[in-house]
Design a protein around this ligand. Structure first.
Ligand code: TA6
Length: 236
């Protein structure tokens, strides 16, 4: 979580897991990365437990100004001793079909991005910020410059090894995975991020990017990400 992130209504946080809906980035006609990340979700006390919190967001006059469709979304986040599970369910409550490109824009910390390696995304097709499709490296991914990749095929699990921990990340329902680090140049242009913060973060984001999800009236879609954490030592 960036120290410079203004925790203000209507502003996305630079950290945690912003929920991207109804669109990832600029893939649709609504606002960049959608309005769900800046909306006030309702907390469902009845559905939540000691280790599981359930939140809800439904279409309203305000959301219809940004995206003219009826929907309901339920976000469930559960924690266990070594794992975090996030689950997003979207239902079409209207009469018209929905098309959307959701994502979970998770920021992960690392003590040193240059000592961080990501496996599970080797030898697969990725799209690089609109400049074309490429085949990824045969080895682990190491971030050494600005990186903004949409992996079109996703390996399972994705293993992120940082100096202090190992994360095993799996996803379902989401067909793509985005990996982002702005590196020094772009980090300077992001006002809610410190100039050096790029050294200590990596975003690994399950998403639907290249082929929007179509949802007929009355139907639902679900996507999830699960992260299992193993410290490199007992204090990690
Ligand atoms: O998920 C990667 C990305 O779409 C990048 O292109 C990068 O700009 C990042 O999200 C942050 O977007 P934001 O709107 O939060 O500044």
């Amino acid at each position: 979580m960036s120290q410079l992130s203004p925790l203000e209504p209507g502003k996305a946080i630079r950290g945690g897991v912003p929920i991207l809906f109804p669109q990832f980035g600029n893939t649709g006609n609504s606002v960049r990365h959608g309005f769900a990340r800046t909306s006030q979700w309702g907390y469902s006390k009845a559905a939540s437990t000691a280790s599981k919190a359930v939140f809800e967001l439904s279409s309203s006059e305000a959301t219809k100004k940004l995206w003219p469709f009826d929907f309901s979304a339920i976000y469930t986040v559960a924690i266990d001793s070594d794992r975090l599970s996030m689950h997003l369910k979207v239902s079409n409550t209207g009469k018209a079909p929905l098309e959307f490109t959701p994502g979970l824009h998770g920021y992960f910390s690392t003590l040193d991005i240059e000592q961080t390696q990501i496996s599970g995304l080797n030898n697969v097709k990725f799209r690089d910020s609109g400049i074309g499709d490429w085949l990824s490296e045969p080895d682990e991914l190491r971030i050494k410059s600005v990186t903004d990749r949409v992996y079109l095929d996703t390996g399972h699990p994705i293993i992120v090894k940082t100096p202090e921990k190992s994360l095993s990340i799996t996803q379902s329902g989401f067909t793509n995975t985005v990996v982002w680090n702005p590196w020094a140049g772009s980090a300077k242009e992001i006002i809610d991020m410190g100039d050096m913060d790029y050294k200590n973060m990596i975003c690994i984001e399950p998403a639907i990017y290249d082929a929007p999800k179509s949802l007929p009236p009355g139907e639902s879609w679900s996507g999830s990400q699960e992260i299992v954490h193993t410290p490199n030592n007992k204090d990690g």
